[in-house]
Design a protein around this ligand. Sequence first.
Ligand code: SIN
Length: 537
Amino acid sequence: MTTGPSRVAVVGSGVAGLSAALELARAGNRSNVLLLTRGALGGQSASSLAQGGVAAALDDSDSPDLHAQDTEAAGGGLARGDLIQILTRDGPERVLALIRLGARFDRTPTGELALGLEGAHSRPRILHARGDRTGAEVIRALREAVRSEPLIRIVEQSEALELDIVEGVLRGLVAKDHATHEVRRYSASAVLLATGGPGRAYLRTTAPPGLNGDGIAIAARAGARLADLEFVQFHPTALDVQTDPLPLVTEALRGAGALLVDERGRRVVDPAEGGELASRDRVARALWNHLRKGGLVLLDARTRPGHRIAEEFPGVYALCRRHGIDPRTEPIPVTPAAHYHMGGVDTDGEGRTTVAGLWAVGEVAASGLHGANRLASNSLLEGLVFGPRAARSILRSLPSLPSPISDTRTGDMARSHVAGDEGGELPPETVLRIRTILWEHVGLEREKAGLSGALEELDTMEVELGNRHPDSARNLLLVARLITRAALLREESLGSHYRSDFPLPKEGPPRRSFMELAPRGSGDDGASPVRPARVPG
Ligand code: SIN
């Protein structure tokens, strides 16, 4: 049963949340775990959609050091070397542990693990499952293990609203059941946020519905420090169709030789600058510049991988066919789209935030691992390595954290948090406007006038909303303001953050950025002001 002392609440069921929950239940003193997730277990996570795979130095020609060098180079000098060492050193063993758990990765005809190449990787080190269905397979294996673990109580279709902080002490969290709208207080000694990123803040995104940056907003309102919010990664090749989210066309296809060409068949990314496998920000910006002049960008897979696309990339192949494109005989229209947030809740290397009792891991967190730009296929690995690491950190801290009390319904809170009861939800046209503002002014290319205008409009929306209760759409607005403010403050170009008015990096070592919410009414911009944090710890 699951109602003993020392309970830990994990919020989110992507690879980081599932891996952490499993470790919490299995390691050390076999702690009771509450795993809360907004949809079906694992089902609405970005992890489950990941096509390109898990990077790990498993090839004879490879080593953790080479993987570390590539990760560091992608990060624009901002990534934390000590965390990169942990990721690349522990990565291979975590992948092998996942295989022991039942994950089935693709193999060569002789039975070896098949390792592919992706952008900015110097060696073939990307594991895939069923071609381009890697995330789904990783989640399947973890989900089955989690479901079979009696110490984990799973609560599905439940949306975390707030941390429950009583007299300055974290006592658990408050969440709303999607079906009944009932709001419940879940008692826990520690909370681990693994809620994913804020991809839905952008009009064009590969992020599934629900990824509104809830974890960032929840932590910020509880006083947690945030970091590196301006660094948003845009994937160069989403399928250019009228769906939301935009389906991904995996980078592995470029690794297999597909070329990016314009409507006249000319290469869009200069081969002298790395061509199709240059860093993601360069490729995405080259495409963006071509598209905004009214051109088309096409991913031409006809020669390579050619007809093999159907068996080697069954997901992309089926996706194209669903949209009336035969990638064996015609090129695929593509566009950049928001894909991953390097920024988030500031954590140390074990996921600990600046709020006692609160940990964060995966895309919601900003430990500094990815710096200004994430190397492709490092995020599933991050979840596998740092999810359990955060879990062990929590287990070590439990003796000094308060014991949980019992769960309760929260009468007054329940009424005020019910959608629509106090006008908490944002109208769809407001959400669309937020996403359009970010896409146009806080996207692949940014400059002062656009960012200032965007911030002004977003702040006005916030003031107009007044004291309405937070919900996921409201979180989206807060996170949009935070990202915009951070992008305005960084007057240089670095990694994924490109300022056309400051096209070069500043001299000297790059610096991380930190931010926090000022107490309501204390700032210069109306409700819940956003301000740079004082001194990072
Ligand atoms: C891809 O398959 O291109 C995405 C991989 C990633 O974002 O890590």
